[in-house]
Design a protein around this ligand. Structure first.
Ligand code: M6R
Length: 605
């Protein structure tokens, strides 16, 4: 994932930029670079393919700039290479630019600039930007940036810096996030708000089309017509230290272990003493809703599938769940009586945003469940349930997922209350059960040593299956995704009753099958499904509720989950699967926090 960091203030810029790049690096990158306006030497720039250590090694001593920009790149246009890394410069070497996103008309612009005499060094779409600014510059960087972006199509967040105006950064956003942390005579530019948290909690989040001019004396924000905008300061409540490893070897393990606290956070203030749900943020008229349509990607999509079960059970509203990347292309039946629920940890996933905008065009009301305050999804939705999981740094989503589940549970209970579809006593019982979840997740986490043993066995295989029925099937999908992305192990999830209709042919002696068995009403069926795969030679690991005896006799090994209402069981059963993915990844020597080919926020369709 590409990332932007920038600094202007009275301290040295290089350490701030390198810290920003270190925070960004965990989301995946193939190269990185910085540019600083050195107090003595003018514009200095260093960039390097590969790990940050390589960049650090190339930074000669003696850089003394107090203004700079930095970038982590994830190649889209042009291979990973030093020459394609950002920052990019113009012919004169006076302008430096870092960019996230894609310039769709870059080829046309490049052809024109070449005819005008500009010389290009890289294969990137980004390089047109410094050349355009050079072309339009007439003593005013802001005006030149305005001219530049008026000609650029696509989506982007860009930071510009120039040796001609060494006291300012100019930043612009269209479709890709960009925020400015407001310190004491120091300003921090970041593509991700969590980067500024070590320095300040006060943030400007740029809106699409806005241009910021950042000097040591303050920040001025302009709209696309270069008129001043009155910007509201966003106060961010996350703790800065939650974006650091805090003694854990990996972010993924840290974030798995933070789940009890994350669950407390998402529940906090949303349950009244009388056991009713208070969701002030759902400022929508929910009475006329005839259908709910959920859109999301990856792990968030799995949270949406769980939400469908719970919403239909409690609120008795029909629910569809779409992969966001598919939603627009099937001309969905969505109208003003549809509530579209958009789920996204980052709030910046391109597919999800496109789906949200499609739903908006069709007149739907839009509710977001997201983790990132100030994200595009949060700002474009009509209402938002923030999941309050804190920054999630590992690419494999864990704590964000369980809080998305609870976001869906709270919405379900809220709608059930509003529509009177569930007796008050049942709502109260479900609410009490929700409040036990943080402690119950602690209990599951205590079984990590057992899961580690399983992982050591699993690590020797190249295939694994996850089976379950109903909501367990959905959690099986999430367990398989987690294992694939962290351990590069081929994992498939199947509805346990469907397995026998073909895929069971893949089962060979000893192959690992992880069976989820939390749903009491289909317990007998699961027992039979487990017996059937065992008969084919599979080695079955089962997740079962405490007190369950029969399943333990049928499976090869079991992990007992605390007793919970089956409606909420997904929060508990996913935890051993997250640990399994984590320990298997370790046992296979994979890069746990930054798996290959993946990025934390997928900002391309
Ligand atoms: O930020 P989002 O929740 O929109 O991201 C959606 C997916 O890209 C994300 O959940 C992805 O599947 C994770 N790597 C899963 O661990």
């Amino acid at each position: 994932m590409c990332g932007i960091t920038g600094y202007i203030g009275r301290e040295q810029a290089v350490p701030v930029l390198m810290r920003g790049l270190t925070d960004l690096a965990v989301r995946g990158y193939d190269s990185a670079g910085i540019a600083v306006l050195d107090d003595n030497a003018g514009l200095r720039l260093e960039k390097s393919e590969g790990k940050l250590e390589r960049l650090q090694a190339r930074l000669a001593d003696g850089w003394s700039g107090r203004i700079g920009i930095g970038h982590t790149r994830w190649a889209t246009h042009g291979r990973p290479a030093d020459v394609n890394a950002h920052p990019h410069t113009d012919c004169s070497g006076k302008f430096a630019v870092v960019h996230n996103g894609i310039i769709e008309n870059h080829q046309t612009l490049r052809n024109w600039l070449v005819k005008e005499g500009h010389q290009f060094l890289s294969e990137t779409d980004t390089e047109v930007l410094p050349h355009l600014v050079e072309h339009f510059y007439q003593g005013n960087l802001l005006a030149a940036v305005g001219e530049t972006i008026a000609r650029v199509e696509g989506f982007y967040a860009v930071a510009f810096m120039s040796a001609h105006e060494p006291d300012r950064l100019v930043a612009v956003r269209r479709g890709s996030p960009l925020a400015i942390g407001l310190g004491q005579n120091a300003y921090y530019l970041a593509s991700d708000i969590s980067l500024v948290l070590p320095y300040t909690r006060k943030v400007y989040v740029l809106d699409d089309g806005e241009i910021a001019v950042i000097t040591r004396d303050g920040v001025q924000v302009y709209n696309r017509d270069l008129q001043l905008v009155d910007k509201e300061i966003l106060q961010v409540d996350w703790e800065g230290e939650t974006a650091e490893k805090g003694g854990f070897e990996h972010f993924m393990l840290k974030e798995i272990c933070e789940q009890p606290q994350a669950l407390k956070n998402v529940l906090s203030g949303r349950i009244l003493p009388d056991g009713t749900i208070k969701l002030d943020e759902v400022k929508l008229d929910v009475r006329g809703i005839r259908k709910i349509s959920i859109v999301a990607c990856g792990t968030a999509y799995h949270a949406g599938l769980v939400a469908k079960h719970v919403l239909e059970t409690l609120a008795r509203i029909p629910v569809e769940v779409d992969l966001a990347s598919e939603f627009r292309y099937r001309n969905p039946l969505v109208d003003k009586d549809t509530l579209v629920v958009v789920i996204s940890q980052s709030g910046e996933t391109a597919d999800t945003l496109v789906a949200l905008r499609e739903a908006r065009k069709k007149g739907a009301r839009i509710l977001a469940i997201t983790n990132v305050v100030g994200s595009s999804v949060a700002r474009e939705a009509d209402a938002v349930i923030f999941t309050r999981a804190g920054p999630e740094m590992a690419i494999a989503s864990t704590k964000a997922y369980v809080t998305q589940l609870v976001g869906g549970y709270l919405l379900s209970l809220y709608l059930a209350q509003a529509r009177g579809t569930v007796p008050v006593e049942r709502i109260n019982a479900l609410v009490r059960a929700l409040q036990h979840l943080p402690a119950q997740v602690e209990t599951v986490l205590a079984q990590a040593p057992l899961v580690k043993q399983w992982a050591e066995r699993l690590a020797g295989w190249e295939d694994a299956f996850f089976i379950g029925r109903g909501m367990d099937y959905v959690v099986a999908l999430e367990g398989a995704l987690k294992l694939k992305e962290t351990s590069y192990l081929h994992a498939e999830a199947h509805a346990a009753g469907e397995f026998k209709h073909g895929s069971v042919a893949l089962v060979k002696p000893g192959i690992p099958v992880i069976a989820l068995c939390t749903q009491e009403h289909i317990r007998e069926k699961m027992v039979n499904n487990i017996k059937a795969v065992k008969a084919c030679g599979a080695y079955v690991t089962a997740l079962v509720p405490e007190g369950e005896r029969e399943m333990a006799a049928v499976a090869d090994e079991v992990l007992y989950l605390p007793a919970i209402d089956p409606l909420w069981a997904a929060v508990l059963s996913v935890v051993p699967l997250q640990l399994l993915a984590y320990y298997t990844s370790l046992a296979r020597g994979c890069n746990v926090d930054q798996p290959r080919n993946l990025t934390k926020s997928v900002m391309v369709e």
